[in-house]
Design a protein around this ligand. Structure first.
Ligand SMILES: *[C@@H]1O[C@H](CO)[C@@H](O)[C@H](O)[C@H]1NC(C)=O
Ligand SMILES: *[C@@H]1O[C@H](CO)[C@@H](O)[C@H](O)[C@H]1NC(C)=O
Ligand SMILES: *[C@@H]1O[C@H](CO)[C@@H](O)[C@H](O)[C@H]1NC(C)=O
Ligand SMILES: *[C@@H]1O[C@H](CO)[C@@H](O)[C@H](O)[C@H]1NC(C)=O
Ligand SMILES: *[C@@H]1O[C@H](CO)[C@@H](O)[C@H](O)[C@H]1NC(C)=O
Ligand SMILES: *[C@@H]1O[C@H](CO)[C@@H](O)[C@H](O)[C@H]1NC(C)=O
Ligand SMILES: *[C@@H]1O[C@H](CO)[C@@H](O)[C@H](O)[C@H]1NC(C)=O
Length: 614
């Protein structure tokens, strides 16, 4: 009895064992893939040291398969049902198109050697395209749009039975239970993505969601499928994954996987234990680094150019300023303003060249016309005195002085700014054939003007000013042909009642008084020079003409002196003054010209051209 019972129990147990072996229940979870137990891997599939299951890396035309080695057994008596939850990540290569995607696969065989990569996802091949020859169910996450597979877009989820032409498909999205609407998902962000596939009662549901979201209450895809019909000749099925790359590539990973059959309870995946997904930032970094470096380079170059321009300008317009000059600041012009006023000391504005430098015409703002005298010097000695005298001169105000406006100072360079005199210098009018010949009245006005200016310098100003270089070339003519004394380059200042310190014999040969040999300048030396200047203006020849014969060479010596008889007659106004012609001997000839106030009005014009023609 007991024996029979035991036998019965044994038979039942054996039957159950046989039953169980054919109708295997599966329930497994891979929080990560560290151990690889019970896993079949082929192609490019590999488990990374951190437990991440890498299906493909970003090389092209790869294919990978991973299967749980133990099959699901099923029979017609007990209908198949299963559910699975996995977390995957499709990581694009930065700067490249991502692809092709991966699939959850249910298949009677783990042999996919005939399958192809690229758009076939390692599941199908060309011959199976539309002509089912082998049994396979695939849930694809497809990131490439293949028109010949009637793909809806390059970011969709599809259910494939025997063929890459999906029986059900939808753009990747999930139903948000919180917001109550569908939220789209980009499969190719590289972020971990949750996927649920459930099959029960000939209904296959697929849901996806981002990592932080609970399983949506509504599936993305709900497809009626009778798996008993899909796998008619099979009693066991393998579950796993397939992935492929083509010319478009992605890193494709499974992070975590849970599976169970026939109503078993699906073990939850622990999201906080997921292996880290490498984000290939390096290339991106390199790229952005390159851009950063390039931008930095451009910025540096730009800055360099700016600094260069600044330094160039600074150098170009560099000036010398010293402490003692501060009090003269108001009289100082910036070099830049003078440079611009004279258009860079353009030769078009060149007025002339004197012993002390070149003179350029310029126009300041508000179209004020100026003359800029540019003097080069090698040592800074005397510059201080020079500048202070320049500034003193600014205080001199007389209608027969050329108004000095200010100065500018650079290394080895002094610039004097004065008002522009439109009619140039007197010597041009005396000696240059092309210039307007001055009439007697004009000459007299000029002489009177200069005499008045000298008088002012000697007695009228705060200090005694010795000009020390009076000559026709230093007399400028304003718009009304008034003589204006200019060029104070040799001027000396001293207080009234004092004497100028001996400074050396300066001046111009022919205008220098005999006593200047003693190195002492006085108002008298200016008077002497003025006398020579008067002769110069009246005679229309230079005080010294070295090319002439000996006795005519020096003007002062050459003018012959009249007899006392003539003098008496001249003084009594009984005899007309002689015609003073530059190259005739003084008083030998006579003319009707009377040098008195009345004669100035109706005098004949002076012929300087006749003078120079001989
Ligand atoms: C992908 O893996 C293969 C084999 O390990 C390797 O030769 C190739 O360089 C890898 N490609 C990339 C892009 O990492
Ligand atoms: C496609 O796969 C089947 C087996 O699944 C195989 O018989 C067939 O030869 C393959 N076709 C090509 C073109 O590889
Ligand atoms: C969400 O998307 C699914 C699949 O495309 C669709 O069946 C469903 O009606 C959508 N739900 C809403 C609320 O739009
Ligand atoms: C599949 O989805 C439908 C619709 O949401 C639902 O009625 C059904 O129970 C789901 N089936 C499974 C196996 O989850
Ligand atoms: C599924 O297919 C099998 C075999 O054709 C059939 O016996 C079964 O009734 C089908 N199931 C449903 C629910 O239609
Ligand atoms: C299934 O097996 C039967 C015979 O056992 C055969 O006639 C049929 O073609 C097979 N079906 C498939 C899809 O292989
Ligand atoms: C998930 O994993 C973390 C760390 O391993 C652990 O502390 C936590 O208890 C786990 N949670 C669940 C629900 O298993």
């Amino acid at each position: 009895m007991t024996c029979g019972l035991l036998q019965k129990i044994l038979v039942i147990t054996c039957f159950h064992l046989i039953y169980l072996s054919s109708q295997q229940e599966l329930n497994f979870v891979y929080h990560s893939f560290g151990g690889q137990e019970n896993l079949y891997l082929d192609g490019s599939a590999t488990v990374l040291p951190n437990g991440l299951l890498q299906l493909t890396n970003a090389s092209d035309h790869q294919m990978a398969h991973v299967f749980y080695k133990k099959p699901i057994g099923f029979s017609s008596s007990k209908p198949l049902s299963f559910s699975t939850h996995f977390i995957c990540a499709l990581v694009p290569r930065p700067g490249f198109e991502g692809g092709h995607g991966m699939a959850f696969v249910v298949s009677p065989s783990m042999d996919f050697s005939h399958a192809e990569s690229d758009r076939y996802l390692g599941v199908f091949n060309v011959s199976k395209n539309g002509s089912p020859s082998s049994d396979v169910l695939a849930v694809e996450l497809d990131t490439i749009l293949n028109p010949d597979f009637e793909d809806i877009d390059n970011n969709h989820v599809g259910i494939d039975v025997h063929s890459p032409l999906s029986v059900g498909t939808a753009t990747a999205s999930y139903y948000s239970d919180i917001k109550g609407n569908n939220q789209s998902i980009n499969l190719l962000t590289g972020k971990p993505l949750q996927v649920w596939v459930e099959y029960e009662d000939t209904m296959l549901n697929v849901s996806i969601a981002p990592l932080e979201v609970q399983k949506p209450s509504q599936p993305l895809l709900s497809q009626p499928i009778n798996l008993t019909e899909v796998f008619p000749n099979s009693s066991r099925l393998f579950v796993g994954f397939s992935a492929a790359t083509g010319t478009a590539t992605s890193y494709q990973y499974i992070l975590s996987w849970s599976f169970c059959t026939n109503g078993g309870s699906l073990q939850t995946l622990n999201i906080s234990r997921l292996p880290e997904v490498p984000q290939p930032r390096s290339e991106h970094k390199n790229y952005s680094q390159l851009i950063t470096i390039l931008l930095g380079f451009i910025a540096t170059m730009g800055l360099g150019v700016l600094i260069g321009v600044y330094l160039f300008k600074k150098c170009k317009y560099a000036e010398v300023t010293e402490e003692w000059e501060k009090e003269f600041g108001a009289h100082r012009f910036s070099y830049e303003s003078l440079y611009k006023a004279t258009k860079g000391f353009n030769k078009d504005g060149f007025l002339g060249k004197g012993g002390f430098g070149e003179v350029y015409r310029g126009t300041l703002l508000l179209s004020r016309e100026i003359a800029v005298k540019r003097m080069f010097h090698n040592d800074d000695q005397g510059v201080k005195q020079f500048v202070s005298e320049v500034v003193s001169m600014r205080c001199l105000k007389h209608r027969n002085l050329v108004p000095l406006l200010g100065y500018c100072r650079r290394k080895h360079e002094l610039l004097l700014v004065s008002e522009y005199m439109p009619n140039g210098s007197l010597d041009e009018h005396l000696f240059d054939d092309e210039k307007l010949v001055l009439s007697w009245p004009q000459r007299l006005v000029i002489l009177k003007g200069i005499a008045s200016a000298l008088c002012y310098l000697h007695t009228g100003a705060d200090q005694v000013v010795l000009h020390r270089d009076i000559k026709a070339s230093n007399i400028l003519l304003d718009g009304e042909f008034n003589g204006r004394l200019g060029d104070f380059g040799m001027a000396r200042f001293h207080d009234h009642g004092e004497y100028a310190c001996p400074t050396g014999a300066v001046g111009t040969i022919g205008y220098m008084a005999p006593e200047i040999i003693d190195m002492v300048a006085s108002t008298g030396t200016d008077v002497y020079a003025f006398g020579v200047f008067m002769l110069e203006v009246t005679c229309g020849r230079r005080p010294v003409e070295p090319q002439l014969q000996c006795e005519k060479r020096v003007l002062v010596k050459w003018v012959s002196r009249p007899t006392m008889e003539q003098v008496v007659l001249y003084l009594n106004n009984s005899l007309p003054l002689p015609d003073v012609s530059p190259y005739t001997v003084g008083f030998s000839s006579y003319s009707s010209v009377l040098i008195d106030a009345a004669s100035l009005v109706a005098s004949r014009s002076w012929s300087a051209s006749s003078a120079s023609s001989s």
